[in-house]
Design a protein around this ligand. Structure first.
Ligand code: TPP
Ligand code: MG
Length: 372
């Protein structure tokens, strides 16, 4: 399952703009971007890829329990992430590290979570309304739909004021489309005409299950059955990702109801560091997608616009700096007190939690006595 006749692509694999009837509604949104934003797209893709590699290395060196790579999916994430306005709320799955970074999340918060030091409890108010990573596949679709229903009830949709109108943006994978939660979210989104964009990253695999087994039809055709307009895009094209998400969010904020985007991309690495993709997929497929690398294509576009070596050198240095900083800060992390695991279970003190905390500290003390 790959590109179809319907796939919207604004940037050809050679890095030139595609002008056609299909791209005509979207090209003005790209023309409206200033140069510094166009450069940001590249900067974020390159920097997060380098960070991602470093985090994978740290896991292999025993510093993290797990890492979840996003290599190959940078364009889908960066373009859509930049399409959101500050008042929009973003509900990620667990692979959208760069979207968090765009919204102001320090990527170290993700490292801490995957080292087992935190439950990932960042506060969306402090992270540009970027909500928590969700490991329960697809459940974030319901969170985003519920939140968007609340926006509608609060009257922050369709007022015409660009500072007020808001929407939610939810990320999920091809595997998640088989979950009841995601389909229930579609039903409620359509019924309540929620201001939201469903952003599916079809990276072709749900761990070792290929997308062909999840669906007999291209996934972008499914939302029609729920009454949700949809579009399929080349998810390795950062401009298509930006423009279609921007158009979808604009429509949603204006009160036109939900939109669905299927971004065709590919998970170049393993599902997580616990997975070995050589066991279930062919080199030929990986090669096909590596020839459609999102960063190479966008670099060609920028060079065609006259962006020179200095910029690309500067970004490479920034990427190395972030990776070195992540390594330094990871090695400096210390273990939290074990009592932390009992904190925030309930908002108020709870006798059962207190009892378990007391039992656990007696258990730990037993070790100390045994050792002395
Ligand atoms: C409800 C639930 N069922 C199963 C799992 C185990 N699991 C973790 S990731 C994953 C595959 C998800 O694939 P997809 O939605 O395509 O996202 P991707 O990892 O490819 O980004 C599964 C089945 C889970 N975390 N939650
Ligand atoms: Mg997938």
């Amino acid at each position: 399952m790959s590109y179809t006749e319907a796939t919207v692509q604004l940037l050809s694999p050679q890095g030139s703009l595609v002008e056609s009837d299909a791209t005509a509604p979207y090209l003005p949104l790209i023309a409206g971007l200033d140069e510094s934003r166009l450069l940001d797209f590249h900067r974020q893709m390159v920097v997060i890829r380098r960070f991602d590699i470093e985090a994978g290395n740290l896991q292999r060196q025993g510093q993290l329990a797990l890492w979840i790579p996003s290599l190959g999916q940078e364009a889908a994430q960066v373009g859509s992430g930049y399409a959101a306005r500050s008042q929009d709320h973003i509900f990620p799955a667990y692979r959208e590290h760069v979207v968090g970074r765009i919204r102001g999340l320090d990527p170290m918060r993700i490292i801490e979570m995957l080292r087992g030091l935190s439950h990932g409890g960042w506060v969306p108010e402090e992270t540009g309304n970027f909500h928590l990573f969700t490991l329960v596949i697809g459940s974030q679709a319901l969170h985003a739909t519920g939140y968007a229903m609340g926006m509608r009830f609060d009257g922050v949709v369709g007022t015409g004021d660009p500072e007020v109108d808001a929407a939610t943006l939810v990320y999920f994978g091809d595997g998640a489309t088989s979950q009841g939660d995601v389909n229930e979210a579609f039903v409620f989104a359509a019924s309540y005409q929620t201001p939201q964009v469903f952003f599916l990253q079809n990276n072709h695999w749900a761990i070792s299950v290929p997308v062909e087994r999840q669906s007999r039809t291209p996934l972008y055709l499914r939302p029609a059955g729920f009454g949700i307009p949809s579009v399929q895009i080349d998810g390795n094209d950062v401009l298509a990702s930006y423009a279609t998400t921007r158009a979808g969010l604009d429509a949603a904020r204006a009160g036109e109801g939900p939109r669905f985007i299927e971004a065709l991309t590919y998970r170049m690495g393993a599902h997580t560091t616990s997975d070995d993709p050589t066991k279930y997929r062919e080199d030929e497929e990986t090669r096909f997608w590596s020839e459609r690398d999102p960063i190479t294509r966008y670099e060609a576009y920028l060079r065609g616009k006259g962006v020179g070596d200095d910029f690309f050198r500067e970004v490479a240095v920034e990427a190395e700096d972030l990776a070195a900083d992540a390594r330094r800060r990871t090695l400096a992390l210390t273990d939290p007190p074990t009592s932390k695991v009992f904190a925030h279970v309930y908002t108020d003190a709870h006798p059962l939690v207190a009892e378990e905390a007391a039992w656990y500290s007696a258990f730990e003390a037993g070790y100390e006595e045994a050792g002395s």
